[in-house]
Structures are given as C-alpha cells and as structure tokens.
Design a protein around this ligand. Structure first.
Ligand SMILES: CSCCC(=O)C(=O)COP(=O)(O)O
Ligand SMILES: [Zn+2]
Length: 260
C-alpha cells in the first residue's frame, strides 16, 4: 500500500528531528556519494595527484542547506566521515562540530563560491602546476604579459570548462557540453595575490568572482587554485581540465612555445 501524505511527513519530521538531536546522523550513510563519504574519497584520490599533500588543499560539498567541511591541518587523505564539520548554510552555524578539531581555514572561501555562484561543490588544490602558472604569469612570460590572469585558447581541453560554473549535462556538437567554452573561446582564470592566512584571501576571491562572471576558478599566486561547479562532478572535472591546462602551459613555456 502506498504511504499516505501523513506517513511521509512524519518520516521527514523524524529525520529532521534526529538530525537536530543526533548530529552524527548527518554524516552516517552507506551511500558512497553521501557528502561525508564523498569528501573523504575525493581527498584520497586528489592526494595521489599531489593536489592535497602535506595537509594543504581540500574539498567542500553543499547538500541542500548543509555545507560539509573537512577539519583544518589534518592529513586530508586519511580523513574519515566522522571528521566532517557540517554547517547550516542559512544560519552559518555549525550543526556538527567534531571535538578537538578546527574547521578548514578555507571555509570562508568555499562559502564565497556557494553564496556568489550557487555552487554545489568547491575544490581547493595546491597543485604545483597551478602554482607554477601563477609564477609564469607574474613574470609576464606569456605573450599577453597579463600578470593577473591566466588566458589560453585553441586547446581541446578548454571544452571541459563551463562559463561561470553554469552549463548543463546536455552534449552539443563536437563532444562539448552545452554552456561550456568552445575551442575558439579564450579561457580566462583570474589570479589573486596570496596572504599569510588562508581566510584573509576571502575579500580578494569574492572581488575576483564578481569581476570575472565567466570564470569557474580563481588562482592564488604561489599557493594554488579554488575551482567550483554546480555539483561534485562538474567541480571535479573542471579541476581536472584546469590542472591539465596549467601543466600543458608550463610544459609549453619550457619548450619556448606560446599558448595565447
Ligand atoms: C600546508 S597547508 C596551509 C593551509 C592551506 O593553504 C590549506 O589549503 C589547508 O587549510 P586547512 O585549514 O583546510 O588545513
Ligand atoms: Zn591552501
């Protein structure tokens, strides 16, 4: 027999109440794609790419009005779902806070992507390719001599990047997703200057997000990159495409080739 409206409402209320009384219910799930499990799994994968080594970098996921965040200063590849912080996006209060741990210093930067871009996931990497490309741009070593933006065009992988984190999963001609950049578009990623403390980057990152509505990422000079997407899949594939493009440009630079 189908569940009545009252049954469904009661079940939802019970779930809501159990979250209120038992914060651990927010991170307990057998589903590998539950944010608490997914963040731990992604960090293990990203560690092998050199994106989150030495406690640097991280991943955050928004699930409805809950923001899932890793602890600060821990080995990101060793994290367990029970280590996760959960923040209520509307009140910005923590609804789950593991004792003896601090929330990631990247939290205000992740929140900027959720607030200003309606992102569903934000990835911060300390990839050496990201760092190197900021140094090459700083030295004015590409044709455009633009210090505060990495620009590249006419490389197939650009088609893996959405315009401003929008884009749909529909595939257009040529294997490109609708809403993504095309082969002849120029992809531009702004670069902000690093600060002594991660959270002090927030103002500059918010400004860059506002000034570059088509960008799905912000590079941080001598530090790494923040990449977001409407969901985990888009944030992850964009982080992969960007890292590919950063590495390619660094290698092209070493060969004396121009990429713009
Ligand atoms: C060597 S990591 C320095 C801090 C940092 O840049 C970072 O991305 C990690 O911050 P968290 O607070 O999440 O550990
Ligand atoms: Zn960092």
């Amino acid at each position: 027999m189908a569940a009545s409206h009252q049954d469904v409402q009661k079940k939802n209320e019970d779930q809501d109440n159990s979250s209120t009384t038992d914060p651990d219910s927010l991170i307990r799930s057998n589903d590998p794609l539950h944010p608490a499990n997914h963040i731990s799994d992604l960090c293990r994968r990203f560690y092998t790419l050199g994106w989150v080594t030495g406690t640097g970098g991280g991943v955050s996921i928004r699930h409805g009005n809950h923001i899932f965040l890793a602890p600060s200063g821990v080995q990101k590849e060793m994290m367990q779902p029970t280590d996760m912080f959960v923040m209520d996006f509307l009140t910005k209060q923590y609804v789950r806070r593991p004792q003896a741990l601090k929330p990631s210093a990247c939290t205000p930067l992740f929140l900027a992507a959720y607030t200003h871009r309606n992102a569903g996931c934000c990835i911060h990497t300390h990839s050496q390719w990201a760092v190197l490309i900021t140094l090459i741009c700083e030295a004015g070593l590409q044709n455009s001599a633009e210090r505060n933006v990495f620009a590249i065009k006419e490389i197939e992988q650009i088609k893996g990047i959405s315009r401003g984190g929008s884009g749909s999963d529909e595939i257009a001609e040529g294997g490109r997703k609708v809403g993504n950049l095309g082969y002849y578009d120029t992809m531009k990623i702004p670069i902000i200057e690093n600060e002594a403390h991660e959270e002090d980057l927030t103002g500059a990152l918010e400004k860059a997000i506002e000034e570059w509505p088509e960008a799905c990422a912000v590079l941080v000079r001598r530090h790494g990159v923040y990449v977001w997407g409407k969901d985990v899949a888009q944030a992850k594939t964009q982080a992969e495409s960007l890292d590919y493009l950063f590495q390619l440009a660094v290698e092209m630079h070493k060969l004396g080739l121009k990429w713009i």
